[in-house]
Design a protein around this ligand. Structure first.
Ligand SMILES: NC(=O)c1ccc[n+]([C@@H]2O[C@H](COP(=O)([O-])OP(=O)(O)OC[C@H]3O[C@@H](n4cnc5c(N)ncnc54)[C@H](O)[C@@H]3O)[C@@H](O)[C@H]2O)c1
Length: 462
């Protein structure tokens, strides 16, 4: 069944993996990624899916209730998977207010918008809240967090997440909002902002920089490969029972210091250094205030009730992760230098333009059946072929669409219809029998020869 799913925080680490999974796995679902793009949000994480027809990016702060309401209305949102958050514990210690604002107030504004928008009919609706095992506090040497463990958060981050979980439950119990919550252990994998332990340390080992270890490195965390978290969210989203909570974990506990040594060995080996050479970079620093000793999650309920299990052993996951960061030095450099934010500037101009043109075309009753705005010269929208002549009548002074061939061959003929107009069009791709409408880069229509050159590149599939 068709679903209109709002994923918040989709430009972040876990969100981008989830968006990729759902966009590719469910072409029938429309996925809307709402993200305000803080330092942690990076649209480059989603380059491979951003041109997909069932994916739309919406720049929006989840705390802006009016905007959020409009998004629900405009895109007929019927499902939410909420990940947007401030997520770094160290930052929460320095600035607890922004954590309360985003994680608590932001969650509340999404809940409110969902409640208002769905209030007359909760059938086939879901508000899925993604949370953390840190809400449960700290364990001693033994035991596991289960779904029944009492909340006992210690850092401003975990306190804000605990509070957001309570609000989600309150909306379920008070207003009957269809909700589900999952609490997951520490994630690792590709596209994680390099302030977090694993990418930070890989980057530092590569660059021979010190590896700051809190206290004696005795803290224990349960690590889960991020793709497995995304798979678990997919399973819970489709099969989870309303009002329930599911713990997600890898049964994979590591003392920080042991994990660091595994990373050192792996990076050293993959870089052709003698294994363990980089251990000299380990630097013990004063422990973090309120640092929880041990987290360990029991995800038996998820396994027994919904049939989910991690797909990877840790050794395999960490090898893949290290290899990814080594192969994607450019991504890492862009993130560490802040250049990734320029990518957004570049892309957002195109997104805005594309969305404006799409709206304008649709307001005249034409359907846009697909698009690609990742071409070097801008991008295109595809109009249903049946509407082509009508479209020409409306926008291009009634030119006969069947005459648009050069010497009867398939080579494209580009028509620039009006000087300085934003739309141009062409007859192309007969096999797919579709009509394409071009959006000139940054609203400026180029010369015929310019566009034809671009088309040559396009036709060669470059
Ligand atoms: N990383 C982990 O190990 C882990 C483990 C369990 C649960 N979680 C939870 O999963 C979720 C995602 O975590 P992550 O590690 O991917 O975080 P992240 O910091 O990488 O990404 C957060 C995303 O939210 C966006 N965002 C922040 N404030 C926003 C706002 N006001 N409006 C709209 N977007 C906003 C950011 O731009 C970013 O894209 C969080 O809710 C986190 O609590 C994370």
């Amino acid at each position: 069944m068709k679903k209109y799913i709002l994923i918040t925080g989709g430009a972040g680490f876990i969100g981008s993996h989830l968006v990729r999974l759902l966009v590719n796995k469910y072409p029938d679902y429309d996925i809307f990624n709402m993200d305000v793009l803080t330092y942690a949000g990076n649209l480059e994480n989603l380059k491979d899916v951003e041109a997909k027809e069932n994916y739309t990016f919406i720049k929006c702060d989840i705390c802006d209730l009016d905007k959020v309401r409009n998004v629900f209305k405009e895109y007929q949102i019927d499902h939410v998977i909420h990940l947007a958050a401030e997520s770094h514990v160290d930052r929460s210690i320095k600035d607890p207010f922004s954590f309360a604002q985003t994680n608590v107030m932001g969650t509340l504004s999404l809940l409110q918008a969902a409640k208002e928008s769905w209030s007359n009919n909760y059938a086939d609706k879901l508000f899925y809240h993604v949370s953390t095992d840190e809400v449960y506090g700290s364990l001693g040497e033994e035991g596991f967090f289960t779904e029944e463990t009492a909340y006992d958060p210690h850092s401003p981050y975990s306190a804000s997440k605990a509070s957001s979980d309570h609000f989600v439950r309150a909306f379920h119990d008070t207003y009957g909002l269809p909700t589900v919550i999952s609490n997951c252990s520490n994630n690792y994998g590709s596209y994680q902002f390099p302030e977090k332990l694993i990418p930070l340390f890989i980057n530092n080992i590569v660059n021979n920089k010190p590896l700051p270890v809190y206290g004696k490195g005795e803290n224990v965390r349960d690590w889960l490969f991020v793709n497995d978290h995304a798979r678990a969210i997919d399973v819970i989203f489709h099969k989870g029972k309303l009002g329930e909570t599911y713990n997600i974990g890898g049964f994979n506990e590591w003392k920080n210091i042991d994990l660091i040594k595994v990373m050192i060995k792996t990076v050293d080996r993959l870089l052709g250094r003698e294994e363990g050479t980089s251990e000299k970079l380990i630097t013990y620093v004063k422990d973090r205030a309120g640092h929880d000793l041990r987290y360990a999650i029991d995800s038996t309920k998820l396994k027994e009730e919904l049939g989910w299990e991690p797909s990877l052993q840790f050794e395999e996951g960490i090898e893949k992760t290290v290899a990814w960061y080594l192969e994607n030095q450019e991504w890492l450099n862009n993130v560490t230098s802040g250049d990734y934010q320029a990518y957004y500037q570049k892309m957002y101009t195109k997104y805005t333009m594309y969305q404006e043109v799409k709206k304008e075309i649709e307001s005249f009753g034409f359907s846009v059946v697909s698009h690609d705005f990742e071409r070097p010269w801008g991008g295109f929208l595809v109009i249903d072929e049946i509407q082509a002549q009508e479209f020409s009548n409306k926008f291009f002074e009634g030119i006969d669409v069947n005459t648009l061939k050069i010497g009867g061959k398939l080579s494209p003929k580009i028509l620039i219809v009006k000087p300085n107009a934003r739309l141009s069009w062409q007859y192309h791709n007969r096999r797919a029998e579709i009509w394409q409408v071009y959006i000139g880069s940054a609203g400026i229509i180029r010369s015929d020869s310019d566009v034809e050159n671009e088309m040559k590149i396009y036709n060669k599939g470059e």
